[in-house]
Ligand binder design. Structure first.
Ligand code: ATR
Length: 274
């Protein structure tokens, strides 16, 4: 493998800690593909030039991460329905010299929890930041009948509900424990629970013991919320699988091989988490 073949990578600012090169590098090696996937540190004022130059520089596409997921929509030829629905893209594909943007975080979140879902009645989503919109869209696509969003800043939750429409309801942050009653799924999309950050203060007393609990944070892998849920017997899904699954559609489009998410990949990526 020379790496001189198909080019791809991830662009962000900062980008040093991205696990995506480790993840795609594993698949490139596994499938014996002559391609590269590298980190590109791109500040906001260089984003447009970088994106437009992708085809002439031999890129099949790239991933886009923070803080460029929204801004990048302005610099492509076509935005698909998913990226448009959530107002953010994480994957760019070059097709016939044109740039096409999609959002695979929605797919990644859905695929990560799909095998563990037993009921699609009521889902509760904590947080209304950039990630929450994609999560709510995935929950709609998974068929949840009722989705409640609760966020410290209620106006942001209302914006998400308005943008996505459908059976999305907003509850006050003070009601976050009350709304757990009868829930089938609890998703944390807030930054609370990140390693070294502030903790999420939440009693799970009202949550049915069979409700699934998941966190989109994967560092730490078992967040305090997941540990708390596990201790009371709830099934839990950690956030690492979302990262692994979101990478599938991009890899497949750029390199022409549908990669498999399995235990070996997970162990390899996990070893890269400090
Ligand atoms: P992203 O766009 O990556 O999701 P974000 O926009 O910073 O990141 O969102 C972080 C989420 O964590 C938000 O829902 C935020 O709530 P606010 O909208 O009220 O800011 C939530 N969050 C962060 N710190 C919090 C805290 N101390 N208590 C409650 N929620 C918090």
């Amino acid at each position: 493998m020379t790496g001189a073949g198909i080019r791809s990578g991830v662009i962000g600012w900062p980008i040093e800690h991205s696990l995506s090169p480790r993840l795609h590098g594993f698949w490139l090696k596994r499938y014996g593909i002559d391609g590269s996937y590298e980190r590109y540190s791109v500040p906001a004022d260089e984003l447009e030039t970088f994106i437009w130059s992708l085809p002439e520089r031999g890129f099949a596409g790239c991933n886009v991460t923070l803080p460029h997921k929204e801004q990048v929509l302005s610099y492509v030829d076509e935005v698909d329905d998913l990226a448009r629905a959530v107002g953010a893209a994480n994957t760019i594909i070059v097709r016939g010299g044109k740039l096409y943007a999609t959002n695979t975080d929605i797919y990644g979140f859905a695929e990560n929890i799909r095998p563990s879902i037993t009921q699609t009645g009521h889902a509760v989503v904590l947080g209304a930041g950039g990630a929450a919109k994609g999560v709510c869209k995935a929950l709609q696509d998974l068929g949840f009948a009722h989705i409640t969003i609760t966020n410290r800043t209620q106006g942001r939750a209302e914006q998400v509900a308005q943008a996505l429409g459908g059976a999305l309801h907003v509850a006050a942050w003070e009601e976050r424990e009350a709304v757990l009653e009868g829930a089938d799924l609890l998703v944390n999309t807030t930054s609370l629970g990140l390693a070294y950050g502030p903790k999420l203060e939440l009693s799970l007393d009202n949550l049915p013991s069979e409700a699934l609990v998941t966190d989109i944070v994967y560092n730490p892998l078992i967040t305090p919320l997941l540990a708390q849920a596990k201790a009371r017997g709830n099934p839990v899904v950690d956030g690492l699988g979302m990262l692994l699954h979101q990478a599938v559609p991009g890899f497949s489009a750029w390199f022409g091989v549908q990669p498999v998410v399995d235990a070996e990949l997970r162990a390899h990526v996990l070893a890269g988490i400090a």
